[in-house]
Design a protein around this ligand. Sequence first.
Ligand code: PLP
Length: 272
Amino acid sequence: MKHLLSIAGSDCSGGAGIQADLKAFSANGVYGMTVITAITAQNTRGVRAVRAMDPDIVAAQIDAVFSDIRVDGVKIGMLAEGPIIEAVAAALRRWKPPITVLDPVMVAKSGHRLLTEEAERLLIEKLLPLADLITPNIPEALKLAYAGQETAQTGGAERNENLSEQERERLALEILKRGAKAVLIKGGHSADPDRSVDLLADGKGFRRFEARRLDARHTHGTGCSLSSALAAFLARGFSLEAAVERAKAYVTEGIAHGLAIGGGCGPIHHFY
Ligand code: PLP
């Protein structure tokens, strides 16, 4: 049995964050552990409040796990604030996990910020170089690629959804230049009505993964679940391409079986 650690925020409604990560770990055959970086008060309608943990207790949780239990892979999600990013980066440099998947969580679908704007630069400087795989959506990829350069290349927010294939490849290469070993740019935010195409780049080439676009409302926690499933498959020894294929298929089915709980955007189903 492989042992996976999620370093992420808590979602009390159970749809996203560490709760989604644990479900995705269990569903995909690995033992899950958690380091909580922040507590969110949220439900299917949105995020009401966020309380970041002290960086000391984040580091203490990481040290407690690594000093006792073999960790076969780490998934990083919501980090909330700069000092937590620094604590997590320092701990990962100390413990050197064999696989690190970074989901660069910045803003929830409901629009609530899950990482301060100032901390975006720290995420790029300190964590991106430690990532074996980073899984941005298109708006996050634009920030990761062009932070500090702004507008000239991005051409304004309205272009976020309409990037050509070459523009996405350029984005991926910029992100690799900043130190990640591989990047999966998720196509869920694109304007294509029929397909959702993810682009994988690992410095050796590009590969596209296509899935039918589902007309789904209950998609809360898709990003968290995808990155956790990816970490699980990588830790279990699947190649990068096979892990992406399997994780994407898993999340696509989860969306197809989305749960209509609550009055808003419900979670995907992890055990369909
Ligand atoms: N809440 C937490 C704690 C998260 O980690 C995330 C995403 O990573 C979200 C909410 C956002 O979920 P979504 O954008 O799928 O609604």
